[in-house]
Write a protein that binds this ligand. Structure first.
Ligand code: ZN
Length: 274
């Protein structure tokens, strides 16, 4: 078999749904503390500043900041708020190890907000609360401490939130862009599409979609239970994307899709802020 035939077969295999998610995420598990330790090692190797969240019931959750000389734009990245979505923390680990961050930005990174959920393979935290619906009421110590942490940081020009969807047929994203800034959605979808199918359904998660993009541009609809993205829009970042990798595909496909989408989004953002 020639190398190109092999890579064709590999590519087709990677692009297949596994059909294993029945009633919830049934795929690969991960040791979140091991992933966080590896992210910490990469952070210290590449001179990121530790900026941990002081967050009960654990004493701290890791977070990091990287300030580049002359950089004027601030980027925020987070993952791991849902404990059945391992690809997000994995993708941030990959980006940290690769260490190819564009020098024209400063970065703030929160690699995992729900380690207790990962220990149980549950979307929710240890008390059955979906942390990503708690940013208006702020009933959980975890979200309260995250909000306090965010309030101590400067405003972000761009926020990228890494997630997975166990029901999805392909990669998609939510764009929250109230000030109608130039969209990064297409670039990020193109980035993800290098290794992952895109969900082309006209409706995703009950919302109108086009080429894997659910757009909230100009007007952001209010909802009673705020996800992290909505708190950010109201308080810290007027431009955010929630990236959703399809978790019924191999972990490598999802990790690669998220990492490539982040990189493509940052490349496109750099073009538009010059
Ligand atoms: Zn999620």
């Amino acid at each position: 078999m020639s190398p190109s035939q092999f890579s064709d077969i590999t590519a087709r295999a990677l692009a297949q749904r596994l059909g294993q998610n029945s009633g919830g995420y049934q795929g690969e598990r991960m040791d979140i503390w091991n992933i966080l330790a590896q992210i910490g090692q990469a952070a210290s190797r590449h001179e990121w500043i530790p900026l941990p969240l002081n967050t009960p019931p654990d004493a701290f959750l890791p977070a990091y900041c990287r300030l580049n000389p002359g950089a004027t734009r601030n980027i925020y990245l987070s993952a791991g708020i849902h404990g059945d979505e391992p690809a997000g923390p994995h993708a941030l680990l990959r980006l940290m190890v690769e260490n190819q961050w564009r020098p024209e930005f400063n970065y703030w990174l929160v690699p995992c907000l729900n380690p207790d959920g990962f220990e149980r393979n549950t979307r929710e935290n240890e008390n059955g609360v979906d942390l990503n619906r708690d940013y208006s009421a702020q009933t959980t110590p975890r979200v309260r401490s995250h909000v306090r942490w965010l309030e101590q940081q400067p405003a972000f020009d761009l926020a990228l939130l890494l997630h997975e969807d166990w029901e999805s047929n392909g990669f998609y994203l939510y764009e929250l862009n109230p000030d109608v800034q130039p969209s990064l959605a297409e670039a990020m979808i193109d980035g993800a599409a290098q290794t992952c199918p895109i969900d082309h359904a006209p409706q995703i998660d009950g919302r109108d979609a086009e080429r894997g993009t659910i757009r909230f541009v100009g007007v952001i609809p209010e909802r009673p239970e705020w996800p992290e993205a909505l708190w950010l829009i109201h308080n810290r970042s007027r431009h955010s994307y929630t990236l959703e990798a399809p978790s019924d595909f191999l972990l490598e496909v999802r990790v690669s899709a998220l990492a490539k989408a982040v990189r493509a989004g940052l490349d496109q953002f750099a073009l538009r802020v010059e």
